[in-house]
Design a protein around this ligand. Structure first.
Ligand SMILES: [Zn+2]
Length: 436
């Protein structure tokens, strides 16, 4: 039995136009690393249709069998680009469902889906007041663009109705995020994926997949180009042994940002990095933050989270928040033409109100002012600047890996990467940040 998944939300970059966030892996419930092999579809022995008066469990098993077979057909149609097969088991005459299937089919094809293995999770739920109707939770293990990828399961809901010949699909629904997933093979998957709720068009670059709602299609080529530049920079700061097969960026509109992933993240959030599976982080960027001055900063910051935070178990610790965000801001600032003017102003405002005794600043409160939040980010940024300047790139990345990915603690990571106890390093960098 899986426990409810707890999420730690940390905010990030604060610039005049908004804030970027990363949703962090919880430090509990962490699964073993998942292999990249395609999942195996197990086809059970064929069950006869239950007779009248058979126990509910017999109906559940049979509906599971029939729905699973229908979902296999649906997947085959999707991967073959055959909409008729994708929609074979849809209830005839159900226009709402047909429109939803068409939207989802077009979107997943636009996202270059290469794997969509589906299986039923747990037992179907009888729908009260609708005899012969069932709610089915199913998992889709998905790959986009790449033919193979790490296990990444979306949890989906659907409604089915028994018919004379089997079952038919009546509706596709977003899974209740407060509900359980019984059979997920990887960690937190109770996110609503962008393609579940919104029709998207996408552009694939060398290192990125950028997807936007239809109304922003005119901006797609430009965003793709900018994302490629951000990815090239982020690739120079990979931490850990896992690979980033591709940076996936989903641009949300005002409606979508209330539906995707965890739901509405708050008015101050500009972008978020969501770990959808081990070694897979997706980025959501809010369309209204894509201004001429902020787009590149936001992309660089979020893609830096993708390259530095994979495979890790310790993101959620408050004592490493400054390191996670400082690294993302540091990578952003390595772009040609980047300016730290805003960071400097934010730091000086922060220092005018706080006596800085350590670079280990805690995350801003949820209701923090922009000024307080941006000051904390600035401390993280200048602290990373100090580490890179004093100790060099590779030792600093090793320190980051030790403290954040391996969980050896700041002191253990510092002794291993820098050859010095953490208090000594902290003291030097705190003094340097105070004088930045
Ligand atoms: Zn961040």
């Amino acid at each position: 039995m899986k426990s409810r998944l707890l999420w730690t939300l940390g905010i990030v970059v604060v610039l005049a136009s908004g804030v970027a966030t990363v949703v962090l892996w919880p430090s509990e419930n962490t699964p073993a690393p998942a292999a990249a092999a395609p999942s195996t579809v197990v086809v059970p022995a064929s069950l006869p249709r239950p007779t009248a008066g058979a126990p509910t469990s017999a109906h559940q098993e049979w509906v599971t069998q029939e729905a699973a077979a229908a979902l296999r057909d649906q997947t085959a149609g999707l991967l073959a680009g055959d909409f008729d097969r994708f929609a074979t088991h849809a209830q005839p005459g159900n226009k709402t469902l047909r429109a939803e299937l068409q939207r989802r089919f077009r979107t997943l094809r636009a996202l270059r889906v290469t794997r969509f293995d589906q299986r039923v999770d747990g037992q179907p739920f009888a729908i009260a007041g609708k005899p012969g109707s069932w709610r089915v939770v199913h998992l889709a293990d998905i790959c986009l663009v790449e033919k193979d990828c790490t296990v990444d399961e979306a949890v989906l809901d659907s409604e089915w109705k028994e018919t004379a010949t089997g079952v038919e699909l009546v509706a596709l629904k977003v899974h209740d995020r407060d509900s359980y997933c019984f059979d997920c093979s990887t960690q937190p998957t109770l996110f609503t994926r962008p393609w579940e709720t919104t029709e998207l068009v996408a552009q694939v670059g060398k290192r990125t997949l950028v997807a936007v709602p239809l109304q922003y299609r005119g901006r797609l080529a430009d965003l793709s180009r900018r994302a490629e530049a951000a990815a090239a920079l982020a690739d120079r700061y990979k931490v850990g042994s896992g690979t980033v097969d591709r940076y996936r960026v989903f641009v949300s509109d005002a409606r979508s940002e209330r539906l995707w992933y965890c739901g509405y993240p708050g008015s101050w959030v500009a972008g978020t990095a969501y770990p959808t599976a081990r070694d897979r982080i997706e980025v959501e960027i809010h369309a209204d933050q894509l201004t001429s001055s902020f787009t590149d900063v936001l992309l660089r910051h979020e893609l830096a989270h993708v390259s530095t935070l994979r495979s890790n178990d310790y993101y959620g610790r408050r004592d490493v928040w400054w390191l996670v965000e400082g690294m993302a801001d540091y990578v952003d600032q390595q772009a040609a033409g980047a300016s730290d003017r805003d960071n400097k102003a934010a730091l000086h405002r922060f220092l005018s109100r706080h006596e800085l005794t350590t670079v280990v600043v805690t995350p801003p409160a949820r209701d923090a002012t922009t000024s307080d939040a941006s000051g904390r980010y600035a401390v993280g940024y200048y602290a990373l600047n100090c580490l890179f300047q004093r100790y060099g790139k590779e030792p600093t990345l090793a320190f980051f890996q030790g403290a954040i990915q391996n969980g050896t603690g700041m002191d253990g990571a510092s002794r291993s990467a820098f050859g010095k106890p953490w208090p000594e390093v902290d003291k030097k960098c705190t003094a340097q940040v105070r004088n930045a």
